[in-house]
Design a protein around this ligand. Structure first.
Ligand code: FMN
Length: 181
């Protein structure tokens, strides 16, 4: 089983980089059995804005754009996901939503858990993601880990509360249990 850890911010100097590094460190110390994890950095894919005439759900995973094709293959190869998401204007980040919209069957029925961050821990963003992924019949995990960008950073570096490691272990336990089922 392969779990894709999607870093969804494409901004220069993104806070999400520190969060993703921490997430991958936690995973390295977690006994995941047969599951493997791969960091999927949205920024590396240069996914264009969705302008094509064909609705992705009708594209049968065939795309004209090579960047969308690469993105499709990376997502299709995964059985489940961890979305690492910021919150922009009380909602999901536009570039991340656009990248999700570009695909369809690649997400269908898979399990997803959320790691968020923001001034209000990105909680509103995750609530929106839960509505969005419902359209792909994805199984969203209740347990989430949410960081404050003010209280969990020191001198610009990510500095999570001690209790986050335990919360993230609970997220992984639940994600793998549901994905395996
Ligand atoms: C366009 C924009 C809108 C934002 N709106 C919110 C918001 O509504 N709530 C919040 O908690 N933080 C908001 N922020 C602050 C972000 O939480 C903060 O900039 C964070 O570092 C963004 O994640 P990133 O650096 O990984 O892109 C906003 C940031 C940007 C760039």
């Amino acid at each position: 089983m392969k779990i894709g850890v999607i870093l969804g911010s494409i901004r220069e100097g993104r806070f999400g980089q520190g969060v993703a590094d921490w997430v991958m460190e936690q995973i390295a110390n977690y006994d995941a059995g047969d599951a493997t994890f791969e960091l999927i950095d949205l920024k590396a894919f240069n996914v264009p804005l969705l302008e094509v005439a064909t609705v992705p759900a009708a594209a049968n995973k065939q795309y004209d754009d090579e960047n969308v094709t690469a993105w499709s293959k990376a997502i299709d190869a995964c059985d489940a996901f961890i979305f690492i998401t910021a919150e922009y204007n009380h909602g999901v980040p536009g570039a991340f939503k656009n990248a999700v919209d570009q695909l369809a069957g690649e997400w269908q029925g898979k399990t997803v858990a959320f790691v968020s961050y923001g001034a209000a821990e990105g909680l509103r963003s995750v609530e929106q993601w839960r509505q969005i992924v419902a359209n792909f019949d994805m199984r969203d995990i209740r347990t989430q880990v949410s960081f404050s960008i003010f209280n969990e950073a020191q001198d610009g570096a990510f500095a999570p509360n001690e209790r986050r490691a335990g919360e993230f272990t609970a997220l992984l336990d639940s994600l793998l249990k549901t994905a395996r089922a």
